[in-house]
Ligand binder design. Structure first.
Ligand SMILES: [Zn+2]
Length: 142
């Protein structure tokens, strides 16, 4: 037991540009790897993350964006929670598409909204006030 504790476990980084043998503390833990550690060292991992995006082709970026969209869809509950947390900051950011969606719920047609932009503006102001009042209420209760 004691010898095992004294023995410092090392691992070789699989990045061909690095390939250094480092103590396992220099590797992120990864339960999905048989070794229990990431195949590349912490430095390589962080560099890879940073430069990966610049190395992507446009097609790959599109695929990533699509995957993100799917992820967001699957995690809509989490996102709702996030928007609740950050809702105060976005109080003045009400998009046209959101306003139109809200108005469509009130049985306004898209055509009508396009020909009557003042309705959209009015709804924007209404939503703004609604959010401001809600935030004020949240502040006073917390
Ligand atoms: Zn490395």
């Amino acid at each position: 037991m004691e010898t095992e504790e004294l023995f410092i476990k090392t691992k070789k980084c699989t990045n061909p540009k690095c390939g250094l043998v480092k103590p396992v503390s220099e590797f992120y833990k990864n339960i999905y790897n048989s070794s229990g550690f990431s195949s590349q060292c912490k430095i390589c991992r962080s560099l890879k993350k940073k430069y990966r995006y610049t190395l992507l082709t446009n097609d790959q970026r599109k695929v990533e964006a699509k995957q993100r969209k799917i992820w967001n869809k699957n995690n809509s509950e989490k996102r709702r929670e996030l928007s609740r947390t950050y809702g105060k900051k976005t109080v003045l950011l009400i998009t046209n598409s959101y306003i139109r969606m809200m108005l469509r719920r009130q049985k306004f047609s898209t055509e009508f909204l396009i020909t009557h932009p003042e309705i959209v503006e009015h709804e924007r102001m209404r939503l703004k006030f609604k959010r401001l009042i809600k935030n004020k209420k949240d502040e006073s209760t917390s």
